[in-house]
Design a protein around this ligand. Sequence first.
Ligand SMILES: Nc1ncnc2c1ncn2[C@@H]1O[C@H](COP(=O)(O)OP(=O)(O)OP(=O)(O)O)[C@@H](O)[C@H]1O
Ligand SMILES: [Mg+2]
Length: 266
Amino acid sequence: MNASPFLQVTDIEALYGQAILALRGVSLKVDEGAIVALLGANGAGKTTTLKAISNLLASERGALSRGSITWRGEATRHLDPADLVAKGIVQVLEGRHVFPQLTVEENLLTGGFLRRPSKRRLREDLDRIYNWFPRLKQRRKSRAGLTSGGEQQMVAIGRALMARPSMILLDEPSMGLAPQIVEEIFEIVAALNREEGVSFLLAEQNAATALRYATYGYVLEGGRVVAQGTAEKLNQLEVLQDAYLGAANGASGRRALPRASRYAQV
Ligand SMILES: Nc1ncnc2c1ncn2[C@@H]1O[C@H](COP(=O)(O)OP(=O)(O)OP(=O)(O)O)[C@@H](O)[C@H]1O
Ligand SMILES: [Mg+2]
């Protein structure tokens, strides 16, 4: 097997505005071809971890203050986000950022330009995305801002795929979407993984769904990894059996998020 994992995060600490310590020694790895879940409630540090990996913290006045990240054995510290995209890591930001005034197709095209492809190649890439997301083909001339939340999430993932990544950092794809659409999106993620070998690091509060697709997972709380293991093992954790880890902060009277010590059995 590979000597070094595809993506290796070692003991990282992240600060915002030189004062707020958002990550406190997070380590994780993603092997080539894997789907790994990064679980945790609101504010646990999932987005910060993904942004640390794709070197987007600086745009939030954040920075890594300790630790290291390597991608295929190479330290990423000095690469800018565009270099990382060129090397195969693409992040799909939380909250499905589409350009609302552009059409679905124009949005997808913005994801393809970095490689300076020929027109023919762009066309092929678009067809490939439409093949994965037939709904987007139907909606290709619609303004992205007028499409449904699920379609916007598909646009965001499709745009990432235009860069032909080998790994996608996917931040809360299920957020605010109906269960049926979430299922549809996760099925496409699974198919991309199976058929094209795309690896995923999947940040989710929706632990139950994420663990049906991931083979391995990490649970973050207060900027630390408080549990990790195979999906099967994490599924047995009582504390993860509520669908949403964010239940503690959320509405709907779900069970409160327990203390880190509750994870000790993993
Ligand atoms: N731009 C920022 N400036 C200052 N603090 C931030 C910033 N972004 C996040 N934080 C803080 O860092 C911590 C981790 O936040 P992060 O967004 O990584 O959590 P998360 O797990 O993605 O949460 P959610 O599920 O709500 O998206 C939180 O305490 C949050 O308030
Ligand atoms: Mg987040």
